[in-house]
Design a protein around this ligand. Sequence first.
Ligand SMILES: [Zn+2]
Length: 230
Amino acid sequence: MIVRIKGAISNCYLLLGDKPMLVDTGAPGDLPRILAALKQHGVEPKQLSLILLTHAHSDHAGNAADLHWRSGRPVALHANDATLARTGKNGVLAAQGPLGRFIRPYVDEDFQAFEPDILFREAFSLEPYGLRGKVLPTPGHTNGSSSVVLASGEAIIGDVLRGSMMWPNRARPPFFCNDVDLNARSIVRLAREGLLRCHPGQFGSFPGSELGRYLTTGGNEVFELSGEPV
Ligand SMILES: [Zn+2]
């Protein structure tokens, strides 16, 4: 079971398998919502098998230090984002369009620096952590971006793509992307998994078929009256 925890500007996910796992830790200020969601589902922080970060931007790693301190549980992050974690800074936020440029000053905040307990470089199985699935490196948004691919056909994809603000079940480009070509290859990698449903770091989930549609349209932006790319 996948529980979406809505933060101020991003989602984290509580995965309830044989053992509970937290994917991402929200932005600074989101901690009460995360703790409330854990409590609502009967999960004590110390029961978490793992705290997995899809990447080390402030709206995903914002409470990693605090949650590690509360739970004593390991925080896992791809090694290519280790510098962001150690400095508590987002680094470069390369806006992909006008919306990204508009929101950048509001979302580019520092967060409490931390040393990840597990730094990985390759895909690895989550079976030892009580979940049937794996972590797959999906770089591009940041160099160390990763996704959680579950055996159920669902995936937590961080900011590889985002959901739409206006239309349910649609994939949109992330607001920021440091390497667009690399990110496109990561979308291909996810599409090859034959996913049924993708759960992004921002806005709502969308079917796995959106990955292919996004790739065939090239992510071309068409702006309608709302200003939201469709
Ligand atoms: Zn991000």
